[in-house]
Design a protein around this ligand. Structure first.
Ligand code: SAM
Length: 375
């Protein structure tokens, strides 16, 4: 074991040549994911938090030490992980209050930390409408935990969901996407945004059966994973409202794409169903940005990334200038030049976190093509 620091926490992680060989998983690259999650929990102020797939406990510990959350559960199915989380809670000053083979309750400066061993689905099934915020950070797809999470979270609670099976959501394994996400993925330059929207669309459909609507607070793609923060809205009408944001995407050989909010597509070759609503909430983003300038973050990339997300125009899909240039045999032009051209034509245009060669704009495809041609 070696001791590492992240945010306000100290903790032991197993030493291993490659992170996936370690008996308990810890990926330092995900510090940005955890930074943003800590900021989100800080802004949303949930009192009971569940880190359902906790591994070393780093995420839950950071929620305890860096946010106002009063009760944080850290759960893992693996014996080694359970024992390591116990050590890590003690390392951060946790004092045992109550203990059994599968559950240990700690006090950390007046807050409650509960370390639990077992299947996350079993724990969530047991804790019906108990948590204000549930974090799902699994290996691969989160789909097997969604149903229980939607039952264990309060009807006005929040969910943070990570998916690392980008290959599936981006269309490398079409049938796997059909099986897990009940959606047809697209390949090519739109795959990451479409993948993110497929994930949100699935959560919205799962939530709807409990008469729960979803509001996307922030959804993004980075370092080969997707991350979504959702606020739940109680009521059948709210569920109907969120389902009205589900639809389909089409794209032709020229790169032109179009989408439509309809539950069953009338044209074939459609991709989806996927979420066509917003990928962020302005109030939430403003608070997140403000907080991120006040606190000490673990990664020096977090702030810049949150700025990029905040500035991004929130319209469905984006134009990849390199891909369009390639499709039309055009020379690649500087992004800044293309953006200026579109602005002069009266359109709104920003960069996007989905790709450094892409823009988000309310301009139609032909206007973008004109700007690329230098017209
Ligand atoms: N959240 C951690 C972090 O930020 O460092 C990383 C979690 S790691 C990607 C996924 C963890 O889920 C592993 O430690 C694994 O043992 C655990 N796990 C897998 N299936 C599980 C299940 N059904 N119930 C609970 N834990 C599970």
């Amino acid at each position: 074991l070696k001791e590492v620091r992240e945010g306000a926490s100290r903790f032991f992680v197993p030493e291993a040549e490659r992170i996936y060989d370690a008996p308990v998983f810890y990926n330092p690259v995900m510090a940005i994911n955890r930074d943003i999650s800590v900021l989100a929990v800080d802004v949303l102020k949930p009192s009971r938090v569940l880190d359902a797939l906790s591994a070393t406990g780093v995420r839950g510990l950071r929620y305890l030490l860096e946010t106002p959350a009063g009760e944080v559960w850290m759960n893992d199915i693996k014996e080694e992980a359970f024992r390591l989380i116990l050590r890590n809670v003690e390392l951060n000053g946790g004092k045992i209050v109550k203990s059994s083979n599968e559950r240990v309750v700690f006090d950390i400066s007046g807050k409650k930390a509960i370390v639990s061993k077992g299947d996350a689905n079993r724990l969530m099934a047991e804790k019906f409408r108990y948590f204000d915020f549930i974090d799902l950070d699994p290996f691969g797809a989160p789909v097997e935990f969604l149903d229980t999470a939607l039952r264990a979270v309060k009807r006005r609670g929040f969910l943070g969901v990570t998916a690392t099976d980008t290959g599936v959501l981006c269309g490398a394994y079409r049938n796997a996407c059909l099986r897990k996400y009940l959606a047809v993925p697209i390949r090519g330059e739109l795959c990451h945004e479409a993948g993110l929207r497929i994930l949100i669309g699935l959560v919205a459909r799962y939530a709807a059966k409990y008469d729960l609507g979803v509001k996307v607070l922030l959804a993004y793609y980075r370092d080969h994973y997707f991350r979504v923060f959702l606020g739940l809205k109680s009521g059948a009408r709210k569920a109907d409202e969120s389902l009205s944001n589900i639809g389909y995407l089409w794209q032709d050989k020229s790169g032109k794409f179009w989408y439509s909010r309809e539950f069953l597509p009338s044209e074939s070759n459609a991709y989806g169903p996927l979420w066509l609503g917003e990928l962020k909430d302005d109030d939430f983003m403003n608070s997140l940005l403000k907080k991120s300038q006040e606190v000490v973050l673990a990664s020096n990339k977090t702030l810049e990334f949150i700025r990029l997300l905040s500035d991004e125009l929130d319209v469905p899909f984006h134009y990849d200038t390199h891909a369009i240039a390639r499709r039309h045999g055009l020379e690649v032009r500087k992004l800044a030049v293309i953006m200026e051209k579109l602005e002069k034509m009266g359109y709104r245009v920003t960069r996007t976190h989905f790709s450094p060669t892409s823009i988000k704009t309310d301009a139609p495809f032909d206007a973008v093509l004109d700007a690329l041609r230098g017209l």
